[in-house]
Design a protein around this ligand. Structure first.
Ligand code: ADP
Ligand code: MG
Length: 503
């Protein structure tokens, strides 16, 4: 494991008109389970399908239809819990959360209020290389997603698409351990990274497959420490919940403006009302959506259609045995195994697909050189074309081939860049390209010597100057490199030039 320094929480302090205020933030992240079928029906979860084409009778709330739990979704929730070092509850249960919404045909959502499948865990949030913060997870429960109401297709009508109704969500609830906007974003980044490594949620925020409800309150300095000592929430301010945030940037903006709104209310002698709000990025403000419902408003009760969910310890153990290497472990291994900096290891492990690509390039080759080429050349080139690593025109095998040619001294770094561009645009086997296009580095000292002699003979005035000013040797090296099309071994050229100039 990396040697992490755990920072004491550094709260974001905002100066109001009268006092300083600190931020307290807790997140409820809804992560869509990567399952082909819904939580209680066999209907497909495919994104972008024809509206209302992926709807089973039970999803449509048809009378008499019975939900049947999808074991695959349960397994993925357990896997997520294990990945977050959380307690797995062998007994959990589903409850009905009753409310009316046009896109919720059942008239209730099946969720897990009283007995969630996963209990306390943690997320280690990376603040800077070597500096981390621990955010406690309170619980993860499984629940159904709702459908989608569409209001902008017709001026006089609204439409309902039930494709999403009944899709499995994991609600991952943090403790109010987050103390600033950047930390909130860093938490979501890390959580998303872990879920993607685990393969339990694809983390696609644009499609709404990962979204966060952000709870924000403000308190006076010292209050949070009193909360920590006692775990008594009365030391904290009243919170508001900003719903359905699906961008890291908006999460940060929303926290900032919401905190300032609350501070202004309190300093004006008012009281913050606990409620659900929406962030409007165009106006840069949060707006009230509905007053915060209490649990009793939903008339939660155990879902009579489902037996309590009981899983065996062996089911959990089997999943534990399949857990992949997680981001922090991979990062630590990259540092020790390949001798790269923690920063580079962080870049390469930021996304599981980058890490997999890099490992394939580095396999049996110079890891540090491979890291350099993946980070500087490949990532840079892909960014220019706005391509994801999975769309890279250069395969790990091809890039590995280039790295191997550099290691062997067959090509110089400069030629390698040309070669990379050829492979990127035209494809092909790097070693064959080097052979067929005569790109091999000239290490034959006789050939280099001849080139140096020629340059010296052609430039007597430069030779005289170089005898007084040894730094001018670099000019000769440059000329030789040019004359050989960059193929001469730079170390050999340096050495021969120095010798011939009598340095
Ligand atoms: P609810 O069921 O009403 O949504 P929860 O107890 O589940 O309430 O808490 C929701 C989220 O609010 C959790 O992530 C929790 O950490 C966070 N939270 C609780 N109190 C505060 C507070 N005073 N300030 C900020 N966040 C809070
Ligand atoms: Mg909640």
């Amino acid at each position: 494991m990396l040697d992490l320094t755990f920072e004491a929480p550094k709260p974001r302090v905002i100066s109001g008109a009268k006092h300083d205020w600190e931020l307290v933030i807790g997140l409820e992240v809804h992560a869509q389970v990567s399952s082909k079928a819904k939580l209680f029906s066999g209907a497909s979860t495919q994104f972008g399908a024809e509206p209302n084409s992926n709807v089973a009778f039970v999803d449509a709330g048809m009378p008499g239809m019975l939900p049947v739990i999808n074991e695959g979704c349960v397994a993925l929730a357990v896997k997520t819990g294990l990945g977050l070092k959380a307690e797995i509850h062998l007994k959990s249960a589903f409850d009905r959360k009753n409310y009316f919404y046009p896109d919720l045909p059942q008239g209730y959502q099946i969720s897990q209020l009283y007995h969630p499948i996963v209990g306390e865990g943690e997320v280690i949030v990376d603040m800077a290389p070597g500096i981390a913060r621990r955010v406690r997870i309170e619980r993860i429960h499984l629940e159904q997603d709702a459908g989608k109401s569409i209001h902008d297709m017709d001026p006089n009508m609204s439409f309902v698409d039930l494709n999403r109704t009944g899709v499995a969500l994991m609600e991952i609830v943090s403790r109010p351990d987050i103390r600033g906007p950047e930390e909130a974003a860093a938490y979501v980044v890390k959580l998303r990274q872990i879920l993607r490594y685990l393969g339990t949620c694809d983390g696609n925020m644009q499609n709404g497959n990962l979204r966060a409800d952000v709870n924000v309150s403000v308190c006076r300095p010292g209050d949070y420490e009193r909360y920590q000592e006692t775990q008594d929430f009365s030391h904290l301010g009243t919170r508001c919940e900003i719903k359905n945030m699906n961008s890291m940037r908006f999460i940060q903006q929303a926290i900032e403006v919401e905190a300032r709104r609350q501070i202004a209310i309190i300093e004006d002698g008012g009281k913050v009302v606990q409620e659900t709000r929406l962030y409007d990025p165009d106006k840069g403000e949060t707006r009230s959506m509905r007053s915060k419902e209490e649990a009793h408003d939903y008339r939660y009760f155990p879902c009579p259609d489902l037996l309590p969910l009981e899983i065996e310890q062996s089911f959990v153990d089997d999943i534990a045995a399949t857990l992949p290497e997680l981001p922090d472990e991979k990062k630590a291994r990259f540092v020790t195994e390949f001798g790269m900096t923690e920063y580079d290891a962080g870049v390469l492990t930021a996304d599981v697909e980058n890490a997999t690509y890099f490992e394939a390039v580095a396999q049996g080759r110079d890891g540090k050189l491979a890291a350099n080429w993946v980070i500087n050349e490949l990532f840079g080139r892909l960014k220019k074309d706005d391509l994801a690593i999975t769309e890279s025109p250069v395969s790990p095998d091809q890039l590995g081939g280039i790295v191997a040619l550099i290691s062997k001294g067959d090509i110089s770094g400069k030629i390698a860049k040309d070669l990379f561009e050829i492979v990127y645009t035209e494809g092909g086997d790097p070693a064959e390209i080097v052979e067929s296009r005569g790109m091999k580095q000239v290490t034959d000292t006789g050939a280099i010597e001849a080139a140096v002699d020629k340059i010296i003979a052609e430039n007597p005035a430069q030779v005289e100057k170089a005898k007084v000013n040894p730094k001018l040797a670099g000019w000769f090296v440059g000329q030789v490199m040019k004359a050989t099309g960059g193929k001469a071994n730079p170390a050999a050229v340096n050495q021969i030039v120095a010798a011939k100039l009598g340095q």
